[in-house]
Design a protein around this ligand. Structure first.
Ligand code: NAD
Length: 486
């Protein structure tokens, strides 16, 4: 049942529209970026990428089949043998740095394109995705000539060879750079497969890489869907696969690479718990919850999608959170005031609706922001569920949308047990005024990343990754760097 009681009144004011005006040139048609050139796909096929906020087609993009993937891997192998493996680290660093510089110089263009193709608010693509992507290139440029300091046996370090990288649609540019930057810094070449609904910023990055004059074939971009990804996974001339995406596909990849000797990193799904103790500063908690679950429409692998509240503060948090979600502005992703943009695709919107319906039918109580939804495009309002049982699907499965499941606890040990009681283990959030209680809880979280009194803090020097069914391997920091070395 959707709560009909109006949200408590909050003082507020209206915002005038503030649309982003930076012009971005989208080509009508994109080829594959292989061996330093734009080439037509051997498949002869292409697919449309659309703007999820308007449902308008943005461009036709080449579909890479197994033959195209083979060409890309061959180009990467040639570039590895001919140029990249032999190049001194200090030279490679210049190229990696140059890409970071170009990203910074063209940051608005990247941000606008990311929001058009993926639906995320420009405020996020402009202030988070693109600066973080550039920071990854700068950070790794710094490592390229110091790799012997990153490992314990410097005399034995070696690049891996050709890396196959497959990325999802929620942070298309950023997650691509998480893989490209360390791969290049460590002396590897790469074939990147972007997600089918968000290929455009990877293709713009390919243009930047072409203009940065990288030796041909060091970076290759093959666009397509799961079939293209699968061809890259099955290819027998890659030395490492780095996959970010769903746990389901990650398990398939693990099975098909078993026994091949390829290095593998899997960054998979999550269902993070936020534990809020009753001594926590509640104003900050509310903003922390908003950031944890409504950032990027909840399309975040580490989203804090299970809120565990200590019983004494339950009523107050629910009331305040209800008031706060009424103030979130949903609409045009290119408006600088927008908080909640478009859902990435019709398929994802339908998945959210299906999960929410399951929550209602299992007996949870739905509370939603009352804002109107635009007529065209894919949208979902900020929502949360109360009366959630740990056995409900909404408490156990990833929704990947702006929907939070709220439960309660009495003691720290109960909260810890509930938080860990899932196959996922990507991230967790803890709010308390007590340092001792925070440390006690953090030390017991089965999660790759634990944030205390904050959430969604990222830095290229800080490794990110999960365990259990959230995957293995790290991106960022020394741990991430070492994954690209033999
Ligand atoms: P997905 O697994 O469906 O797709 C991810 C990528 O894999 C896409 O490029 C897709 O085309 C490709 N792919 C699909 N089937 C494939 C196959 N059989 N073989 C090889 N490649 C294949 O996931 P998605 O829906 O795009 O992304 C959402 C998922 O990604 C969520 O579960 C989310 O939690 C996860 N994710 C994890 C992280 C992390 O760092 N742990 C980060 C972002 C997203």
């Amino acid at each position: 049942m959707i709560q009909t009681k109006p949200a408590p009144a909050v003082p507020g004011f209206d915002y005038a529209p503030s649309p982003e005006t930076t012009p971005v040139k989208v080509r009508d048609r994109y080829g594959l970026f292989i061996g330093g050139d734009w080439v037509a796909p051997k498949s002869g096929e292409c697919f449309a990428t659309i703007n999820p906020a308007t449902e308008e087609k943005l461009a036709d993009v080449a579909f890479a089949n197994a033959e195209d993937v083979d060409r890309a891997v061959e180009a990467a192998r040639r570039a590895y043998d001919k140029y990249w493996r032999k190049m001194p680290g200090s030279e490679r660093a210049k190229y990696v740095y140059r890409i970071g510089r170009a990203l910074t110089e063209r940051s608005r263009e990247f941000a606008v394109l990311e929001s058009m193709d993926g639906g995320k608010p420009i405020r996020e693509s402009r202030d988070f995705d693109v600066p973080q992507a550039a920071a990854h290139f700068f950070y790794h440029a710094g490592w390229a000539d110091k790799l012997e300091w990153a490992v314990q046996s410097p005399e034995r370090i070696h690049s891996l060879g050709v890396v196959g990288a497959i990325v999802p649609w929620n942070f298309p540019l950023l997650i691509a750079t998480w893989k490209i930057a360390p791969a290049l810094a460590c002396g590897n070449t790469i074939v990147l497969k972007p997600a089918e609904t968000t290929p455009l910023t990877a293709l713009l990055l390919a243009q930047v890489i072409q203009e940065a004059d990288l030796p041909p074939g060091v970076v290759n971009v093959v666009t397509g869907d799961g079939r293209t990804g699968s061809a890259l996974v099955e290819h027998n001339d890659t030395d490492k696969l780095s996959f970010t995406g769903s746990t389901e596909v990650g398990k398939m990849i693990r099975r098909s690479t078993a026994g091949t000797g390829k290095k593998l990193a899997l960054e998979l799904g999550g269902k993070a718990a936020l534990i809020v103790y009753d001594d926590a500063p509640l104003d900050q908690v509310i903003e922390g919850i908003v950031s944890a679950i409504y950032f990027n429409q909840g399309h975040v692998c580490c989203a804090g999608s299970r809120l565990l509240l200590q019983e004494p503060i339950y009523e107050e948090i629910i009331e305040r959170l209800h008031a706060r979600i009424e103030t979130l502005r949903l609409g045009n992703p290119l408006d600088k005031n927008t908080d909640i943009g478009a859902i990435n695709s019709r398929m994802q919107r339908d998945r959210i609706v299906e999960m929410v319906n399951s929550g209602i039918s299992e007996g949870a109580h739905l509370v939603q922001a009352s804002c109107p939804l635009p007529e065209r495009g894919y949208w979902y309002p900020a929502s949360f569920f109360t009366n959630v049982q740990p056995t409900h699907r909404i408490a156990r499965e990833e929704i990947f949308g702006p929907v939070l499941s709220i439960m309660t606890f009495r003691t720290a040990d109960e909260a810890i047990e509930r938080a860990n009681n899932l196959p996922y283990g990507l991230s967790a959030g803890i709010w308390t005024a007590s340092g001792q209680l925070g440390m006690y809880t953090a030390a017991r979280m089965q999660a790759g990343v634990v944030w205390c009194n904050t959430f969604n803090q990222f830095d290229p020097s800080s490794p990110f990754g999960g365990y259990k069914e959230s995957g293995f391997g790290r991106e960022g920091g020394l741990a991430g760097l070492r994954d690209y070395l033999r």
